[in-house]
Write a protein that binds this ligand. Structure first.
Ligand code: F0G
Length: 465
């Protein structure tokens, strides 16, 4: 172990460096691999023979401490990320932590969605209930705190909209300046407005997400600007904490299967790291399976998963779930490792399936953005394939709030989302579901008789005598 608190280990060649030694693009100079943050207590790390770092953190003491902190008024205790800081000691001074009280997100029961898919137990961990409306806040509080800790003035990211919203907010909180690269015309307006609201320098590039990443890499190589895309391993340290929080919410009863949307493929890896660390420390005795779901039009991991030669081939991505419109995912190897180690699966879902799943999640009173709905659409496929059995306890990770992309929702309910050709491919059973779920607004003259008659026809109730 080079440093007492944490180091970075290349996930490809295993080279270990200190946090200070990492280059501006967070890639191993020997093999171009990505890093993981490792601690003296991590699996496969040689611990010192004696001293405080020799002992593994004690599982029951951690559980007690994390619960105790819920009663504290300190910002770092109120944060649903930093409450678990014993397992992410990445910042030199607690004063440097930048927090908006992220985390602490609900784990909802989903009884109607469960029944419709034929399983008994289904929950949704709603990461869209974070301060900027997506799971990115949990990662951003971690990595931005490291940027502040290291004295950076500028931070930057390429984004499909949620990372940029989160980065802009946390940078503003910390008094740092931020630069956002987003693909022009290919992100939801709500997300674009957030990055402006929080005062980022917002650059719309006439390219896709993958093109934005290339320009960002150039930028951080030329200037002392801290890169906050998910290749930055500190992001993943924050994004692993919802796994801890979920287990607390379930009284430490491990679910069987976690279903995650896949874009740049960092989040699935982060949650996997969280579960594996808990297993290693004895907080849980087994880890759940993690399955990753991609949109059909942005499915490089799905293709890799089904390729007998297991070769990763980037694709030109296209899906209305713009958050996951990514053809060349940076963290695909990390995600693939998690699927392999924890025994999950990778599926793809169509635009029609995403739209239906999103409306069904909305009809539970929960709601989410399109990219999050791939989880429920994917669950249906996994059940049909026998990869999830009816008695398995399943948790969907909903990554973004429904208000992130209200245009999508309005277009869906008005029947303007899908093309005629796409509508024609929908099965009769799903057509009936769509018909029951679509609730277009009704435009009426303010005439009481007309309004009452119209409502009556919708409510199918008789007037009291
Ligand atoms: N869901 C939402 C709502 C997202 O915004 C993203 C990624 C994902 C899922 C996929 O997560 O990349 O870790 O596999 N959004 C990024 C962004 C790329 O820039 O906001 P992943």
């Amino acid at each position: 172990m080079k440093s007492a608190t944490h180091n970075l280990r290349c996930t490809e060649c295993g080279t270990v460096i200190t946090g200070d030694e990492v280059n501006s693009i967070f890639r191993c100079p020997k093999c171009n691999g990505l890093y993981d943050v490792v601690y003296p207590w991590s699996e496969n790390v040689t611990r010192p023979a004696s001293g405080p770092e020799h002992n593994l953190p004690n599982a029951s003491a951690l559980r007690w401490l994390w619960q105790e902190r819920r009663n504290s008024t300190l910002p770092i205790d109120q944060s649903g990320v930093w409450r678990f800081r014993d397992l992410l000691p990445i910042v030199s001074k607690p004063e440097n932590v930048v927090t908006l009280r992220e985390g602490n997100t609900p784990l909802y029961e989903m009884p109607r969605c469960a029944k419709a898919v034929g399983i008994e137990w289904l929950r949704a961990k709603h990461q869209g209930m974070n301060p900027t409306g997506s799971f990115k806040d949990t990662g951003m509080t971690a990595a931005l705190s490291v940027a502040a800790d290291r004295g950076y003035e500028w931070v930057a990211c390429a984004s499909t909209g949620n990372t940029s919203a989160a980065m802009a907010a946390y940078a503003a909180r910390a008094g740092l300046r931020s630069i956002v690269f987003i693909p022009e015309g290919k992100i939801a307006w709500g997300k674009l407005s957030q990055s402006m609201d929080y005062g980022a320098l917002t650059v719309q590039l006439k390219t896709d997400f993958d093109g934005c990443v290339r320009i960002l890499t150039e930028l951080v190589s030329r200037f002392p600007i801290y890169l906050l895309n998910s290749v930055n391993p500190y992001r993943l340290e924050g994004q692993k904490t919802p796994a801890f929080e979920m287990l607390e919410q379930l009284d430490w009863q491990v679910p069987d299967h976690i279903i995650v949307p896949g874009g740049n493929l960092a989040n699935s890896s982060a949650l996997g790291k969280g579960f594996m660390e808990m297993r290693h420390l004895g907080l849980i005795s087994r880890a759940p399976k993690i399955s990753v779901i991609q949109a059909e039009g942005a499915n490089p991991l799905y293709r890799w998963f089904n390729d007998t030669n297991r070769i990763m081939r980037p694709v030109t991505a296209d899906t209305r779930a713009t958050a996951i419109r990514i053809g060349n995912p940076a963290s695909w190897r990390k995600a693939a490792n998690v699927i392999d180690k924890l025994g999950g699966w990778c599926e793809q879902v169509s635009e029609q399936e995403i739209a239906l799943a999103k409306a069904q999640i909305g009809a539970e009173g929960v709601g989410c953005e399109p990219a999050s709905a791939v989880t429920y659409a994917g669950l249906k496929k996994l059940v049909a394939l026998g990869k999830v059995s009816p008695e398995e306890r399943v948790v969907l990770i909903l990554t973004g709030h429904t208000l992130k992309d209200s245009n999508y929702t309005i277009d869906y309910h008005r029947g303007e989302l899908l093309t005629e050709a796409e509508e024609a491919q929908i099965s009769a059973a799903d057509k009936a579901l769509h018909a029951g779920l679509r609730k277009p607004p009704i435009v009426l003259e303010p005439n009481p008789d007309v309004v009452m008659q119209t409502l009556e026809s919708h409510m199918k109730v008789t007037q009291p005598a």
